[in-house]
Design a binder for this molecule. Structure first.
Ligand code: KIV
Length: 309
């Protein structure tokens, strides 16, 4: 008998993962798998652009482990962010400042594995944590490489102005970048707390200038956190090549993001005004994710009068 004929169809595939049933809900026949059902095409930068061009809101949620990522994906969430918010919601830190690159890689790897096993299609973004990109563009590339090798499709970094050359350096080397302006939690101490940003004319003009610099540097997404809805809407109309994703920035952005634990009503502190508890009416976690996707797509969340400034 030749070696080839000894290999039957149930043998593990050489490239692309394990086979056989997995004990804890992670097999390819698990409920949170897109396989066999109407599997969606993998999300990509061109597909995100298509969504934007047809005026369809982009949906994003944070996730930090394989199972939540697979469930969010199965519910139709298009982008999953392994946010450094994991420092606060998973590690119990008082801010995101203590999150390390090693921790980010660990969670990114878990999320990427969960999406792969569930044949998921979500676009996976991972945060560059504090202190891993400010020193130099080369440091940023080394840190981004670690996240991309853990499975990220795009990295996110916080701050305006000074980050534009770093963004350009990364983008030129094939690393898609999501920028983050407004309330930037890594610099919460410098900002004097978790407060709305861009409220005065001067602050709004600076934020706008930074956003344009980041777009010009090649950032293709921009998280706007806790900025007035009017400012976020104006920026969304101005930035044709960079998709704005709001969190506490009103309904006028190209997409929305929420922290997973917040939208499931699990917050150890005070729930921010911009959060809606989607679990309260849903009855299941996948139901909560589906309700979020539907509400964002239909323009029912966020409600400016309730969730924005
Ligand atoms: O870390 C995070 O979860 C984030 C979101 C709040 C956008 O940056």
């Amino acid at each position: 008998m030749s070696n080839a004929s000894a290999i039957d169809s149930t043998s593990p595939a050489p490239y692309g993962g394990a086979s056989g049933p997995a004990p804890y809900g992670a097999s390819s026949t698990a409920p949170y798998s897109a396989a066999g059902s109407a599997a969606r095409k993998p999300m990509s930068l061109p597909r995100l652009r298509e969504l934007r061009e047809r005026g369809e809101k982009i949906t994003m949620l944070t996730a930090y482990d394989a199972t939540f990522a697979a469930v969010a994906d199965a519910a139709g969430v298009e982008c999953i962010l392994v946010g450094d918010s994991l420092g606060m919601v998973c590690q119990g830190l008082s801010s995101t400042v203590g999150v390390t690159l090693q921790t980010m890689c660990h969670h990114t790897d878990s999320v990427a594995r969960g999406l792969r096993r569930a044949h998921g299609s979500a676009w996976l973004i991972a945060d560059l944590p504090y202190g891993t990109y400010a020193e130099s563009a080369e440091q940023a590339l080394r840190s981004a490489t670690a996240l991309m090798q853990a499975g990220a499709h795009m990295v996110k970094l916080e701050g305006g102005g000074w980050t534009a050359p770093t963004v350009e350096f990364l983008v030129m080397r094939g690393v898609p970048v999501c920028a983050h302006l407004g309330l930037t939690p890594q610099t919460v101490h410098a900002l004097g707390g978790y407060r709305v940003q861009g409220k005065t004319d001067e602050a709004a003009a600076t934020l706008k200038r930074h956003a344009h610099e980041l777009q010009d540097a090649g950032a293709t997404m921009l998280v706007l956190e806790m900025v007035p809805a009017k400012l976020a809407t104006e920026l969304t109309l101005e930035l044709a090549h960079c998709h704005t994703i709001g969190i506490g920035a009103g309904s006028g952005t190209a997409g929305q993001v929420l922290v997973l634990h917040d939208m499931l009503g699990m917050n150890l502190g005070k729930m921010p005004k911009f959060v809606h508890n989607f679990m309260a009416e849903a009855g299941s976690i996948q139901g909560a994710f589906e309700a979020y996707v539907k509400a964002v797509k239909q323009g029912r969340f966020p409600v400016d009068a309730q969730h924005a400034w």
